[in-house]
Design a protein around this ligand. Structure first.
Ligand SMILES: *[C@@H]1O[C@H](CO)[C@@H](O)[C@H](O)[C@H]1NC(C)=O
Length: 415
């Protein structure tokens, strides 16, 4: 046999052994990862065992990496590799009902085991694991040609000791990809084992987009999640309803007091429902330390201010009915309201950053914020000035002295 033939044979063998596996690689300025995936029918359990080799660029002692089965974190089965300072690593199988700290649920999730740790170099790590009878998990379908999978990578967190229940920081990077699970069976006669990751081959049997077979042009988009419903409800409350309710009060429209109270109460219902959507899963999962992050922390302060605002409004109203003039709570109500609008608008932006939302969402925010600023800083003061002028003219005959200002500026308070 000539050396050329030998080489060809060798290459042929190399290709055959790679057949039947799926490889997904992703490289950008934040993360460089490769996943090798093989599904194998287990004769004794008659389930499908999933073998995965997970590789990433980075040191063996910082950050974590995970792969998940499903289209989004909620409901996905996640395999998390946690490596510690002494390069010990554990596999943690987790799941979550939403976009927050996933928890272990060994009684509900299929059995899985870390098979190998391969710290090849200082900058490339590989871990192999198996998930037994993985098809018992609802989001895994080994016969699907375009199967959604996710991966996530955190770059900075360090662990003293790797434990499977370690608290993890939020991922720095993640994406959704699609794998042809029908291409992922081991070759006949070959024992099921984790595939070898070959970075030079790039992605095969998988893609960044859903297969056109199912007709849908799927982008890497998680769809309508609870987090998005939360954002829409709070954005609507803080950037549309609350400013509208504040504006309506200074228009001089005859029913402006009733309109003001109605709009603000509606906004509060939206805001509290939106908060509940995120708060409920946090409580259910004991993820209270998530509330310490900037966006939820500011959100909590805002909700407290909303509570205070209701009380100040009621106090102002009670005093106004009694003395027919503005008192300290009136000013407090007005300034607390302004603070709420500014902080609420800012926190909507923090929320978009926190959720790593699309650019189009940030554009909508920018447009709304600009409209809000124009209305509240230019249109509303102008309307209020005109109203005051009109009332000034009509009441000069009747009212005089210091009483005038009070009555005029509360002219809309016609309950
Ligand atoms: C089949 O699954 C069982 C666990 O359900 C496991 O212990 C066994 O090793 C698997 N067989 C093979 C050939 O991998």
């Amino acid at each position: 046999m000539t050396p050329t033939r030998l080489l060809l044979l060798g290459l042929g063998l190399l290709c055959t052994s790679a057949l039947g596996a799926i490889q997904y690689c992703h490289k950008d300025e934040l993360a460089n990862i490769c996943l090798g995936i093989v599904g194998a029918k287990n004769e004794s359990s008659s389930g499908v065992d999933l073998y995965v080799t997970l590789g990433y660029e980075g040191t063996a002692t910082t950050g974590w990496m995970a792969m998940g089965i499903g289209e989004q974190m909620a409901g996905a089965l996640m395999f998390l590799i946690i490596a510690d300072q002494s390069k010990n690593a554990v596999l943690s199988v987790r799941t979550t009902a939403g976009h927050f700290q996933p928890q272990e649920a060994p009684d509900k999730t299929p059995a899985a085991e870390l098979l190998s740790i391969n710290s090849q170099t200082d900058t490339w790590q590989e871990y192999a694991f198996v998930c037994y009878s993985c098809d018992s998990w609802a989001t895994f379908n080994p016969t699907e040609k375009s199967h959604p999978l996710i991966w996530a990578r955190e770059l900075k967190q360090t662990f003293e000791v790797a434990t499977s229940d370690a608290r993890i920081h939020q991922h720095d990077h993640y994406s959704l990809f699609w794998a042809d699970m029908t291409a992922s069976a081991p070759d006949a006669g070959q024992a099921a084992a984790p595939p070898t990751v070959d970075r030079s081959k790039g992605t095969f049997g998988a893609s960044d987009f859903g297969a056109p077979a199912d007709g849908s042009e799927s982008e890497s988009d998680p769809g309508f999640t609870a987090a998005r419903a939360h954002g829409l409800l709070l954005g609507f409350a803080f950037m549309i309803l609350f400013p509208a309710g504040a504006a309506v009060f200074s228009t001089g429209y005859s029913k402006s007091f009733v309109a003001h109270v109605t709009i603000q109460l509606t906004a509060m219902v939206c805001a509290f429902s939106g908060v509940g959507l995120m708060l409920w899963p946090i409580i259910a999962n004991n993820g209270f330390e998530r509330l310490l992050e900037a966006h939820p922390a500011l959100g909590s302060v805002l909700m407290a201010l909303v509570g205070i605002q209701i009380w100040l409004g009621w106090w102002h109203h009670k005093n106004f009915v009694k003395y027919r003039r503005r008192t300290a709570p009136s000013f407090a109500h007005r300034w607390n309201g302004r603070l709420l609008l500014v902080l609420g608008t800012a926190n909507t932006a923090f929320g978009l950053v926190f959720a790593k939302e699309r650019a189009s969402a940030r554009m909508v925010w920018g447009t709304l914020a600009a409209v809000e600023a124009i209305v509240l800083l230019i249109v509303v003061p102008e309307l209020a000035r005109r109203k005051e002028q009109m009332e000034d003219a009509s009441s000069k005959q009747k009212v005089e002295g210091d009483e005038r200002g009070h009555l005029l500026s509360e002219g809309s308070h016609n309950d």
